[in-house]
Design a binder for this molecule. Structure first.
Ligand SMILES: Cc1ncc(COP(=O)(O)O)c(C=O)c1O
Length: 536
């Protein structure tokens, strides 16, 4: 891919049967010749500089510019040329021959269940060559969560750097229990925790990578319990009711945590929310008092940063004042909304976050890391050791420094390198680059909400603060069928067009669009809604 003027240097970073990741260094005005990628889909992430990309559809040309942190994709079979507009530039390209658009699968064909089960049967050895083919077949049957039309969860797609990280993890297979077995990956985990804590604004800090946001929320309840009742670690719970306060829109993992940790899920107190889905501070204050009056113990408040359905941000500043008054541990569940800390457009939502005692952060949702890449972060440097170390395992832990042997801060023994794929993405995009990526999605959100508001058959459920766009589809005859959005969702999945989730309010069901895919653009969003409107 030599430039017309200037030059470009192409480096293949990762190659496999499914993907190829290439980095390109550009000089001013260097331009690719007009080309397509055969049957491959090509995704481009701009790491540095500004670029003009021309898509040539034969009968029309579409010109767009992209800056650092932005992404674009070249549809299969479409010709394009790209030019660097700045003195130097850097881009990362992922070519996915096997994931080209025609193979996108958003619906599992249950008629294939029996055949699949037979293929997976383990009794007989399969020769290596056949195994590779079998994996290809299995891949084809899997749901294409990398497609911009996959929005069923709070993740969609990933940054290509993630693949390099996963290859690294597999090649250096190790456990994050001790420093001597994982010096590099322990340092990686430390670095991610340090930098996330800096973004929060904590001077003192500690943290641990955990398998998922739910696990981080478990750790929060566990640490709050250790903080208030350290003796429980040895002696067990003493029959007191320890209460955890969450908003009515909070994630169910707190109920699970209280069930598993022996606190009892009835001791999770649901606090009412306002019209935006945010916990009402005065209601929290009242409920804490009520619990005290019943001789129960308020243990922890968890504010949600980005609720699962509406993407609401609880007001940490106000909640922290209440927690301070009542001397209660304040946790922030930022599994979905935590990345707002990187964004210039969203940072105001995190006002007062430095007052929180702990936080959950997932990089596998919005930030395109592989599942799972989650962190429990706290400003109490000793609490993880106090809560999790059992002064045992001498056969394994030979160092006196728990900061090095990170397994002591965890309830796990073998630990996967959860931080690695996020570190790789962060390292290549920089803190600002990640912020720009999120701000780009916010721009998309503004465009699509404006579009929805103009449409007579679409009802925007609320003006989103974050990247959840909740929209009710009204049927063509105008009759208010409360189930209509759910029916539309099922039909779009059945047709293998879109895999989007739904929820409901008092007026019926609505679609929940999640803006998370690094290669999502306005046309995808518009297309999803047009398809939804075509259903009658
Ligand atoms: C607000 C919130 N917290 C926690 C979780 C759990 O995260 P994970 O799926 O990583 O366990 C979710 C999952 O969607 C969530 O939306």
């Amino acid at each position: 891919m030599n430039g017309k003027a200037g030059s470009s240097e192409r480096n293949v970073l990762f190659e496999s049967r499914l993907f190829e990741v290439v980095s390109i260094l550009w000089t001013n005005k260097s331009t690719t010749p007009l080309h397509d990628h055969g049957g491959s889909q090509c995704f481009v992430l701009v790491l540095e500089g500004k670029f003009e990309n021309v898509l040539d559809f034969g009968n029309k040309r579409e010109v767009s510019t992209f800056e650092s942190g932005q992404t674009f994709s070249i549809p299969v079979g479409t010709k394009h040329e790209t030019q660097c507009l700045t003195l130097t530039g850097k881009t990362l390209h992922v070519y996915t021959p096997k994931l080209a658009q025609e193979t996108v699968k958003l619906k599992f064909n249950s008629e294939n269940s029996e055949e699949l089960k037979n293929k997976l049967h383990l009794s007989q050895a399969t020769p290596f060559e056949e195994l590779k083919d079998l994996l290809d077949v299995m891949k084809k049957e899997s749901i294409s969560s990398g497609s911009p039309y996959f929005m069923n969860q709070l993740f969609s797609g990933s940054f290509p750097q993630m693949l390099m990280a996963e290859e690294f993890i597999a090649a250096t297979k190790t456990t994050l229990a001790t420093f001597e077995a994982s010096p590099v990956l322990s340092a990686v985990e430390n670095e991610v925790i340090e930098e996330l804590s800096c973004l929060i604004g904590w001077e003192k800090r500690s943290g641990i990578a955990v398998p998922g946001g739910s696990a981080a929320n478990f750790m929060a309840v566990h640490c709050a319990r250790q903080n208030l009742f350290p003796k429980t670690k040895r002696e067990g719970l003493d029959g007191r009711n320890l209460c955890v306060f969450v908003s009515a829109e909070a994630h169910y993992s707190f109920k699970k945590a209280c069930a598993v940790l022996g606190l009892g899920m009835d001791n999770v107190i649901s606090v009412p929310v306002d019209h935006k889905g945010r916990m009402k501070p005065e209601a929290l204050d009242g409920l804490i008092q009520k619990v005290r009056d019943q001789s129960k113990v308020p243990l922890m408040v968890s504010a949600t940063f980005g609720t699962t359905v509406l993407g609401a941000f609880d007001q940490v500043d106000e909640l922290s004042r209440i927690c301070k008054k009542h001397k209660i541990w304040l946790h922030v569940d930022g599994a979905w909304g935590g990345p707002a800390l990187f964004s210039k457009k969203l940072r105001h939502l995190a006002c007062g976050i430095e007052n929180a005692d702990s936080m959950t952060f997932d990089a596998h949702k919005l930030l395109g890391a592989n599942l799972t890449s989650s962190f429990f972060l706290t400003k109490h440097p000793q609490i993880l050791l106090e809560a999790n170390d059992v002064a045992d395992g001498d056969y394994l832990f030979h160092s006196d420094d728990p900061a090095l042997d990170r397994g002591k801060l965890s309830w796990q023994c073998g630990r996967k390198a959860e931080a690695m794929s996020f570190w790789t993405i962060w390292k290549s995009m920089g803190t600002e680059g990640i912020g720009e990526f999120i701000d780009g999605l916010i721009g998309l959100r503004d465009e699509i909400t404006a579009w929805i508001k103009m449409h007579p058959r679409l009802e925007l459920i609320h003006m989103p603060d974050y990247l959840n766009v909740c929209v009710r589809v009204l049927s063509l005859d105008g009759a208010k069928d409360p189930e209509w959005s759910k029916i539309v969702r099922e039909r779009l999945k059945e047709k293998n067009l879109v895999f989007v989730n739904y929820s409901s309010d008092t007026n019926g069901t609505f679609l929940r669009l999640i803006l998370a895919n690094p290669f999502l653009n306005f046309s995808h969003l518009e297309q999803i809604l047009r398809w939804a409107l075509e259903e009658t």
